[in-house]
Design a protein around this ligand. Structure first.
Ligand code: AMP
Length: 398
């Protein structure tokens, strides 16, 4: 059974075709600059040469029809016709308070995606376009929505309610939702399996540290808290996002810099994080690390603050769960940067966390990186959101 996975952004689209017999990727690719001059499809079939097509893609429907042609092409294709595809899984950013689980798309589901446009203004419209383009390209084939917010829906009220007038929750569903849910679900599940933990009761903290970054706490795979909020802006320091700030900062900057609220929020989303803290060196953690190695003080502070905030969240979530059995690191920084993993864990000595430096000297590979006598198992678990979406899709259409 083959499942096609789509992750549609506002001007880009990523896809993978996965053979669910062995979970191998048969082909993957990317359409860039959809709706903009210079559209480009890069298609990578497994075991064959890469295929690049530069052709106008005015919208997602055109992009998806080009992907379907590439998948069936005589030279660089991997299937003879679309009958070989059993279903299509879509990453959908926001399901509001309606969906706490993946769902086969029907008109009601599309209505909810549409109703959540203002909660996910960049992603939800693109996600819906992707679904509708697939319905057009492959009529009758099941499409499954896998929500980035679904994992966080298990949070209890005490974790998801903001201490603001309740009428805003009632009128506008303003609450904490959490994001990166597919990654947190996948990594916490894999950590339980790989660490040989109790699937019903294991207390797991996942540190998803990439350009976007978030921490989650879960018991038996069910989220009890996660660091992103109504939007992905809350929580950790990220590549360009500030994470937690006193909301009064918004008013202060607006008054001093003569900006409106939207402009300040744009600063907090796109010009802050390690990029902003270093006066614009980079949003890429490798560049910040290189600058810090060369003695740049702002880069040193940005990295220290990043690690410090991760450690504070781990401490808070350990308290929230009254203990922790395992901590898993994932995403670009979490999977590749042993120094960050070690520095976070150095704050956690009080929990009996001990890192094995030799085991921690690893990149992108499932590994237990704690010492045998560590009271908490610490692991590197590579995330794989596409596979998680494909598994969810298979579960619903089987
Ligand atoms: P992601 O958003 O998960 O793709 O992660 C991207 C981030 O991971 C970027 O900021 C990269 O700089 C960072 N990253 C990738 N490899 C390394 C590495 N070896 N050391 C530090 N950061 C890394």
């Amino acid at each position: 059974m083959k499942i096609l996975v789509f992750n549609c952004g506002s001007s880009s689209l990523k896809y993978q075709l996965i053979d669910m017999e062995n979970e191998n990727v048969i082909a993957k690719g990317l359409c860039e600059r959809i709706g903009i001059d210079g559209s480009k499809l890069t298609h990578q079939p497994e075991g064959k040469d890469k295929f690049v097509l530069e052709q106008p893609m005015p919208n997602h429907t055109v992009a998806i029809s080009l992907v379907m042609e590439a998948l069936q092409d005589a030279d660089h294709g991997v299937i003879t016709n679309t009958d070989e595809i059993s279903a299509i899984g879509h990453r959908v950013l926001h399901g509001g308070m309606v969906y706490s689980d993946s769902v086969v798309v029907n008109d009601d589901v599309k209505r909810v995606i549409r109703e959540c446009f203002d909660l996910g203004p960049l992603h939800n419209p693109a996600n819906l376009m992707g679904i509708e383009a697939c319905e057009e390209a492959m009529p009758g084939k099941p499409n499954v929505a896998v929500w980035d917010t679904a994992f966080g829906m298990a949070m209890p009220e005490k974790a998801y309610m903001y201490a603001i007038p309740h009428e805003y929750f009632e009128k506008y569903s303003i609450r904490r939702y959490g994001f990166h849910g597919t990654s947190h679900m996948f990594v916490s599940g894999e950590a339980i399996k790989f660490g040989g933990l109790d699937p019903e009761n294991a207390k797991v903290i996942v540190c998803h540290l990439g350009n976007g970054a978030s921490v989650s706490a879960s018991i038996g795979g069910k989220c009890v808290d996660t660091s992103m909020g109504l939007t992905p802006l809350e929580g950790l320091i990220m590549g360009t996002r500030s994470g937690d700030v006193d909301p009064a900062v918004v008013q202060f900057i607006a008054n001093k810099e003569n900006m409106d609220v939207n402009e300040v929020l744009n600063v907090l989303n796109k010009k802050s994080g390690v990029l902003g803290m270093t006066n614009g060196i980079s949003s890429d953690f490798r560049d910040i690390e290189n600058a810090a190695k060369e003695g740049n003080h702002l880069a040193e502070v940005a990295l220290d603050a990043f690690v410090y905030r991760v450690a504070k969240y781990v401490g808070a979530y350990t308290a929230a769960m009254n203990g922790v059995d395992a901590i898993a690191f994932t995403a670009g920084v979490g999977e590749n940067d042993k120094a960050t993993r070690k520095k976070v864990c150095e704050y956690l000595g009080y929990l009996g966390v001990k890192i094995d430096d030799a085991a921690n000297d690893v990149r992108g590979k499932r590994t237990v990186i704690s010492a045998p006598d560590s009271k908490v198992k610490v692991m590197l678990i590579p995330t794989n959101e596409e596979l998680a979406i494909a598994r969810e899709t298979l579960r619903l259409v089987k």
